[in-house]
Write a protein that binds this ligand. Structure first.
Ligand SMILES: Cc1ncc(COP(=O)(O)O)c(C=O)c1O
Length: 393
């Protein structure tokens, strides 16, 4: 089979389409968007072809569910991450976040504590609060430009009998940290010691740089695999977030059944015809696409970080090990409030970034998140705009 070569420099022009990133009420014509976490790249050709082929049938009733969906996920974890999953304990969710909500509802009660490692993806905070659980932060610490886990603090928080769940995001959004096997092992062992359930969001797992290796949490030990649920979605790697189709898995029959109960109680099981196809095409045929995309992102990351270091010394780029985000430490720009910083980026630099405090009021103060999954020329133009605005401060 011949390999399809993608032109990531060309990308796709989504302005004027239904892309949320370009919503005119948020992103006027003169502003370049580097916010929400999808890409300006075409999705794999197999996805487009599969969806067109299915659409041509011309009828769109309830789909029959076979286990091909689950098998494609097990296949992907095997070929991409050298990890065996049991297709019997994999299942669908409309997205990652609904499945994490089921997990939190099933493995904790109202008033219990859920531990997050901040800064972290904003809906994590919201889903804990909105479901009546207490938010507890094990803040990551920034040491010499790299975020590290404060294990002493983590253990203190896990000891609390109200603490029922640790939610890990690996690779970590927004810091771009790829947790090592040692770090994951230490976290897992502490959770086992205090009988705290572990949820692992591995949505960014395929995008890893500089030859580093992603370690699935469940691959470390049977005990970990049997004490956790992992959440995934091909959305990030393959730019298919609009299909609203994700998955979760565990290795424990009991945990699987409990998650399935939540899926049923919350009526989260009806699948989407096109989403099914998109996910299976990505996970059955996506290696070439993922390899090309990651190579492109790796080079963009190198050039972007170099540019910032050389040209915008007041902004410190936290170099990502994974994900297509650069977490920008803008504290030296000297703004007193986060709003001033956000306004500066939007109104003066004319770039739309994610506000750091949405990832944690304290942990994200003075930070902005820059999504660099766009054609490289657009990334460099965005950075030049920021440089010019900073020079004029
Ligand atoms: C860590 C993380 N989890 C979940 C999501 C969202 O996934 P979904 O759309 O499947 O809920 C994102 C999107 O940016 C993310 O970065």
């Amino acid at each position: 089979m011949s390999i399809h070569i993608y032109d990531f420099d060309k990308g796709v022009n989504r302005r004027g389409t239904d892309a949320k990133k370009f919503d005119p009420s948020l992103c006027p014509e003169d502003v370049l968007p580097f916010w929400i976490a999808d890409t300006e790249f075409p999705s794999p050709v197999e996805v487009k072809e599969g969806v067109i082929k299915r659409a041509e049938l011309g009828h769109f009733g309830y789909p029959y569910i076979s286990n091909e969906f689950e098998k494609s996920i097990a296949r992907w974890y095997k070929v991409r991450h050298n990890t065996d999953l049991n297709p019997d304990y994999i299942d669908y969710s409309p997205c990652v976040i609904p499945a994490i909500i089921w997990f939190v509802k099933e493995f904790s009660s109202v008033g219990d504590k859920v531990i997050l490692q901040t800064p972290v993806y904003p809906p994590f905070h919201a889903l804990v609060k909105n479901n009546g659980r207490q938010l507890v932060y094990n803040e990551l610490s920034l040491k010499d430009g790299r975020y590290e886990i404060d294990f002493e603090d983590l253990e203190e928080k896990l000891k609390d009998s109200k603490a029922k769940i640790l939610l890990i995001c690996n690779p970590q959004n927004p810091t771009g940290r790829l947790f090592t096997k040692e770090e994951l092992t230490k976290m897992g062992n502490l959770c086992l010691k205090y009988n705290v359930m572990i949820g692992v969001d591995e949505i960014h797992a395929d995008i890893v740089f500089d030859g580093l290796e992603f370690v699935p949490f469940c691959s470390i030990s049977e005990e970990f695999a049997n004490h956790s649920v992992t959440f995934i979605n091909p959305a990030k790697t393959f730019n298919v977030a609009g299909f609203r189709t994700a998955a979760w898995f565990t290795h424990s029959k009991e945990i699987y059944q409990r998650m399935m109960n939540q899926q049923t109680y919350n009526k989260g099981m009806g699948r989407n015809i096109f989403g099914n196809i998109a996910l299976m095409e990505c996970y059955n045929h996506g290696e070439d696409y993922a390899n090309q995309c990651v190579a492109y992102l790796n080079e963009t990351k190198n050039q972007a970080v170099k540019y910032i270091n050389e040209n915008i010394p007041k902004i410190h780029a936290i170099e990502p090990e994974a994900t297509f985000m650069i977490w920008l430490d803008c504290r030296d720009l000297g703004f007193n409030t986060q709003k001033e910083l956000s306004d500066f980026m939007f109104k003066k630099a004319k770039v739309l970034l994610n506000d750091g405090t949405t990832f944690g009021e304290e942990a994200g103060f003075g930070f902005m998140r820059f999504n660099f999954a766009t054609p490289r020329a657009m990334v460099m133009e965005g950075l030049e705009r920021i440089k010019k605005a900073v020079d004029n401060l």
